[in-house]
Design a binder for this molecule. Structure first.
Ligand code: AMP
Length: 420
């Protein structure tokens, strides 16, 4: 099935094509058509299944249809962590870039609230938020949710784990009764089922297999290494000719550049792709990688979205991701189409918590490689207790324009006012 069979409008289809997606994921295939019709959706799906697009694409299309000259908050996405909030905000910017003049902002705690209040005062169409800060700003009169048409509750079970359900219920109580609700949860314990029943009206249920399952097919190794030795370890590993085509993940754009430059100096054909590279440079790098002219492609998670290259022999996590599902998603870039694949991950002292989260998610220990040229100066940490689920940390916020061209609301807000 193709995206154009789902009922999405041309500007959104263009953005999806720009993102490099060719086919909808199962959750997108099943959730988008009823969501576009205004139906409530109960989605059982984890991060990594494409659920963000499954709710963001119909949300954007509906908000775009409803948007008037002055922005008012038409859609609200509530998600448990600031990383997820930031990621969803970025997805909304990506998928909405060819739409009219839509504005969105991301609101979460742990950072100064002034900028968030300023954005809200200027007016936004879509808010992506974590519950605590949103409730606080609502109680102080900075957020008016009376015009909400679409409400998305993301990762409901994690909200429960993190003790956010009372806050979520307080937020829901302030929403208009007549609205569309898209409710997502990876698991459906009794409390979540009851919450869903209380919030949804005649929902369409959609479910997909857990993302953690994909990790089973891939050979995974872990290297404890000091931060300062990561590049040397990478070079050591790449001296093995069996690494035919490697996708190396860096958490930052700057880091991706530095890795690619280091490899170039060592005569390893490589390129970096990230959000600061032009579309042309990204396309060239990707084509070179696909054609086999580049042995290594260094990418950030955002830039790697939609990259679908067959024959990636190795995924190398130069930095561990702070969102555990991202690990599963990254390593899923190898072992495509029934091929085998190998994932090598570097873990420095400060990334040990991320490792705990990852191993709990995939419910297994990644095989430690203890004999390599750059063994960490600190002793390896004890094996993760695989019970329970971890939390992650830190990111940035801001109100973002979801589109690239103005619809002329006549309020003198140039594109630069919300640019990153
Ligand atoms: P999510 O589950 O929303 O966190 O998405 C996981 C990853 O899948 C993100 O990197 C998305 O950019 C990517 N993705 C979402 N939909 C598709 C698609 N239809 N084809 C390829 N990649 C996708």
């Amino acid at each position: 099935m193709k995206f154009d069979a789902l009922g999405l409008c041309a500007p959104i289809l263009r953005a999806v094509t720009d993102a490099g997606y060719t086919e909808p994921t199962p959750i997108q295939r099943d959730a988008i058509p009823p969501a576009l019709q205004g139906r409530d959706v109960l989605g059982c799906a984890q991060t990594g299944t494409g659920k963000t697009a499954a709710f963001s694409l119909p949300l954007l299309q509906r908000v775009d249809q409803l948007a008037g000259d002055d922005p008012c908050v038409r859609a609200l996405v509530v998600t448990p962590t600031r990383e997820l909030a930031a990621q969803i905000g970025e997805s909304i910017a990506t998928y909405g870039k060819h739409l009219g003049d839509l504005w969105h902002t991301v609101i979460f705690g742990g950072v100064n609230e002034k900028a968030q209040i300023k954005e809200l005062k200027r007016g936004v169409d879509v808010i992506v938020a974590t519950p605590g800060r949103l409730l606080d700003l609502m109680n102080r009169g900075f957020v008016d949710l009376s015009s909400i048409n679409v409400f998305v509750l993301d990762e409901a079970d994690r909200m429960l784990d993190m003790g956010f359900l009372p806050d979520v219920k307080r937020i829901v109580a302030k929403l208009p009764k007549k609205r569309q609700t898209l409710f997502f949860s990876a698991t459906m314990p009794q409390e979540i089922r009851e919450l869903a029943e209380s919030m949804l009206h005649d929902p369409v249920s959609v479910a997909v297999a857990p993302v953690s399952a994909t990790a089973d097919r891939i050979e995974q190794h872990l290297y404890f290494v000091d931060k300062s030795n990561k590049r040397s370890l990478l070079a050591e590993l790449l001296s093995d000719g069996n690494i035919k085509r490697a996708l190396v993940f860096s958490r930052t754009k700057h880091g991706a550049n530095r890795i690619a430059q280091f490899l170039e100096k060592r005569n390893v054909a490589s390129a970096a792709i990230h959000g600061n590279k032009s579309q042309g440079a990204r396309t060239r790098a990707l084509e070179g990688f696909k054609a086999g002219n580049l042995r290594v492609l260094v990418a950030t998670d955002i830039a790697a979205r939609g990259i679908d290259v067959d024959g990636v022999s190795h995924v190398i996590n130069f930095d561990l991701p702070n969102i555990p599902e991202t690990y599963v998603h990254r390593i899923g870039r190898t072992a495509r189409a029934g091929n085998s694949g190998i994932a090598l991950s570097f873990c420095e002292e400060e990334e040990r918590e991320y490792l705990v989260d990852i191993e709990r998610l995939i419910k297994r220990h990644i095989q430690r490689i203890e004999t390599h040229g750059f063994v960490a100066s600190q002793p390896p940490p004890p094996m993760t207790d695989l019970e329970g689920r971890g939390k992650s940390s830190s990111s940035s916020s801001g109100r973002k324009k979801s589109s690239s061209r103005g619809r002329g609301r006549g309020r003198g807000r140039g594109r630069s006012s919300a640019s990153r």
